[in-house]
Design a protein. Structure first.
Lengths: 243, 118
C-alpha cells in the first residue's frame, strides 16, 4: 500500500552540483522589477527547499551559504511586494510543518545528518547578526518574522543536537540573552511579562503553562525560543548569565 | 505560440532519449527555447499516467532526469540567462524553473514508497 512518503532524490542525479545556480536565479529574480519575477523568485526557493529536503549534502551547502539566508530574509521581510512575501511564507510553513504538508515531503527539521562544526558556527553567527536587524521590526511585520525564526530555530536546534561540540555555549547564550535584554528595553511596555523573568525560568513547559506564546510578539518569541533551546541543551549555563 | 495545440511529433521529439541539449536549447533562439519548454511540460503531463507499466515508468523517469540535467545546465548558461535579465530572460527563467519543478514532483511521485505489509 502506498504510504505517501516520497523517496528523496539526489541533486546530482538531476544535474545540480550544488544550490548556487538556483540561489543565483532567486537573487536575480528578487532584484528584478518584472512582474514575472515574483513567481520566479518563489519557485526558485521552492526548488531549493524541495531538493534540499531530500539531499543532505545539498541542504548543508544551502544553509551554510550566506547569500541564501540573506536573500531568503530579504524576500520574507524586506521585499515590498506582498505577493512574494506571502508566497515565501506559505512555502516555509509547508516545508517546516509535516502536518501542513501532509507528509508529502520530509520536514526540513527532520533531516538527520550532522552538519560539521564549522558550518554550524557560521550558520549561528550569521543568523544572530540577522536577528539584531530584526529587533526594530514593527508589529505588522511580526508574522513574517515568526516564519523566519521558525527556520532559524529549526536550523539551530538541529545544529545544537547534532554537533554540540561545535559550540561555545556560553558565548551563544550570552549573545542571545543580550538580544533579549535589548528586545526587552523596547518591547516590555507592550508585553505583560518581563522577558528577563522569562529567561530566568528557562523551562519551555512553564512558559507554555503561563501562556507565553500569547503574550509576546513573534520576534521576541523567536529570540526567546532560540535562547531556551540553548539553555535546554546546556542548563548549567544559567549560572553564568547576567543577573 | 504556446496556445496552439502541440504537434505530436514535437512532443515526442523533446521527450526522446536521444534528444540533446542543443535540440532543446538552440543557441540564439529564445522563442524556440520557450516553445520547447512548453513541449516538455506537455511531455511530462503525458508520462504521468499512473497505470503505465513499470518499464515505461522507469524509462520516463530516466528521460526526466536527463532533461532536468539539461535545464540545470541552461540555468548556468550566460546565453540563456545573461546578467541583467530583461523581460524575455525572466520569462525563460520562469519557464525553466517551472518545468524543472514539474519534473521534480513527477520524479518524486514515481519514487513513492510502498508498504507491502498493509
Amino acid at each position: 500500500m502506498q504510504t505517501g512518503v516520497e523517496k528523496p532524490i539526489k541533486a546530482t542525479s538531476v544535474g545540480l552540483d550544488g544550490p548556487s545556480q538556483l540561489i543565483e536565479v532567486m537573487q536575480i529574480a528578487r532584484q528584478s522589477e518584472e512582474p514575472l519575477s515574483v513567481s520566479l523568485a518563489s519557485r526558485a526557493l521552492q526548488a531549493l527547499l524541495t531538493v534540499g529536503s531530500g539531499d543532505i549534502e545539498f541542504w548543508k551547502s544551502l544553509v551554510t551559504e550566506e547569500s541564501f539566508s540573506t536573500a531568503f530574509r530579504d524576500m520574507i521581510l524586506v521585499d515590498g511586494r506582498a505577493p512574494l512575501r506571502h508566497a515565501v511564507e506559505k512555502l516555509v510553513i509547508s516545508f517546516l510543518d509535516r502536518e501542513v504538508n501532509n507528509g508529502m515531503f520530509p520536514a526540513i527539521s527532520d533531516v538527520n545528518e550532522a552538519l560539521d562544526g564549522e558550518s554550524t558556527l557560521r550558520i549561528v553567527k550569521h543568523f544572530l547578526t540577522i536577528t539584531y536587524e530584526l529587533l526594530p521590526m514593527t508589529f505588522d511585520q511580526s508574522k513574517n518574522c515568526l516564519e523566519f525564526f521558525r527556520l532559524c530555530q529549526a536550523l539551530l536546534q538541529k545544529a545544537l543536537t547534532q554537533s554540540p561540540q561545535a559550540f561555545d555555549f556560553q558565548e551563544l547564550a550570552l549573545k542571545l540573552s543580550h538580544l533579549l535584554l535589548e528586545a526587552e528595553s523596547t518591547e516590555v511596555r507592550r508585553n505583560p511579562l518581563s522577558l528577563f523573568c522569562i529567561t530566568r525560568e528557562y523551562s519551555l513547559k512553564t512558559l507554555q503553562e503561563i501562556g507565553f506564546s500569547e503574550c509576546l510578539d513573534a520576534p521576541i518569541l523567536g529570540i526567546a525560543t532560540l535562547f531556551l533551546t540553548c539553555l535546554q541543551t546546556c542548563p548549567t549555563l544559567v549560572t553564568s548569565l547576567p543577573k | 505560440m504556446i496556445f496552439l495545440p502541440p504537434h505530436e511529433d514535437t512532443v515526442n521529439f523533446v521527450g526522446r532519449d536521444v534528444t540533446s541539449y542543443a535540440d532543446i536549447f538552440p543557441s540564439g533562439e529564445p522563442y524556440r527555447v520557450l516553445y520547447n519548454l512548453h513541449m516538455l511540460m506537455e511531455f511530462n503531463k503525458r508520462v504521468k499516467d499512473i497505470n503505465m507499466p513499470q518499464e515505461a515508468v522507469t524509462s520516463a523517469d530516466a528521460t526526466r532526469r536527463q532533461l532536468m540535467s539539461f535545464i540545470a545546465e541552461a540555468l548556468k548558461s550566460s546565453e540563456i540567462l545573461p546578467p541583467g535579465l530583461a523581460h524575455l530572460q525572466i520569462q525563460l527563467a520562469d519557464s525553466l524553473i517551472s518545468v524543472f519543478m514539474a519534473f521534480l514532483h513527477s520524479t518524486l511521485s514515481s519514487n513513492l514508497n510502498f508498504d507491502i505489509t498493509r
